[in-house]
Design a protein around this ligand. Sequence first.
Ligand code: DON
Length: 306
Amino acid sequence: MNADYQKVISTVYAEILTQENIGKVPDYIPEIACIEENKFGVNYTDLNDNSFGCGDFQEKFSIQSISKVFALSYVYEELGEKLWKRVDVEPSGNPFNSLLQLEADHGIPRNPFINAGALVICDILLEICDKPKEKMLEFIRNLAEDDEIFFNEKVAQSEMENSFRNTAMCNFMKSFGNIHERPTAVIDLYCHLCSIEMTCEQLSKSFLYLANGGKKPSDNTSVLPFLKAKRINAILLTCGFYDESGEFSFLVGLPGKSGVGGGIIAILPQKYCIAVWSPKLNPKGNSYRGMKFLEKFTTLTGETIF
Ligand code: DON
C-alpha cells in the first residue's frame, strides 16, 4: 500500500491536538524542565527526499538519548564487531538509568541505548578520536546536510551538575575494567551529546541512512555497510524505548529511538524516517503524544516492518 503520507500526517496531527496532552516534562534537568510543554512537531522525509512537516517541526529541541544512535553508528563503523565485547545487544527490561543488572553482568551493559551502554560508547569515542565532540557534530551535520547543529552548553552543564547516577554507573563499570578513560571525561562527553539540539526536520533527514541500508540517499555515500545498518535497526526495535520497547513495537511496529527531550525518531526501512517532538513524557520516559502519533500513523498508513 502506498499511503498519502502528507494527508495521514495532517489528519493524525489534527486529531491528537484535540486530545488531552498527558504526561510530565522531566524535572531532573532544569534547563529542560522549563520547556513549553504543548510544543508539538512532526516531520516525515523519505528516500526520494520528499519531506513535509506539521506544527513545530522546524523548532530545535534537546535530542537527548536520540544522540546515542549517532554515537553507536560512528563507533560501530570504526571499531567493528569487537565492540560487542564491551556492550551487549539484549533488551534490559529496566529503566534507562538503572544500575540493577550491571553487577550481575560484570560491568557489561545490556545494550548501547541504556545509559550504561551509551557511557561505554562515549568511552570508546574518547579512545578513538582526538576531538570526539567535534567529530560527532561533524558526523551529524554531514547526515543532516546542515551545519546549524550545536551543543546546548547550558543543558550540558545542568545535566553534568545532576549526573550523580550516571557518574555512579561510570565508576562502577570502571571497577570492572569496562571504562578505560577518566569517568569525568566520559560524563562530560555523554552530557554534551545529550544536549545536541535539532529540529524534527533535521532529525528525519539525518536518520535516512538507517532506512537506506547504511547509505546517505542524497549522494549514495556509505555511512555504514548494510549489515551494520540492519543490526542497528534491530537493536532500535528491541531496545530503543528502554522498558517500553515491547510496547512501542506492539503499538507502532517500527524501529525507533526516544529521548527525554520529548523527541522520537522512527524508521521504515527502504522507505522513510519520521521524527515527532512533544515534551510531555509518559511514566517510562517516552513522549506521550509522540507514541500516540506514531501508533495512529502506522495504523492509518497500513505499513510497518511486520
Ligand atoms: O542520562 C540522562 O539522564 C539523559 N540526559 C538522557 C536520557 C534520555 O534521553 C533517556 N531517554 N529516554
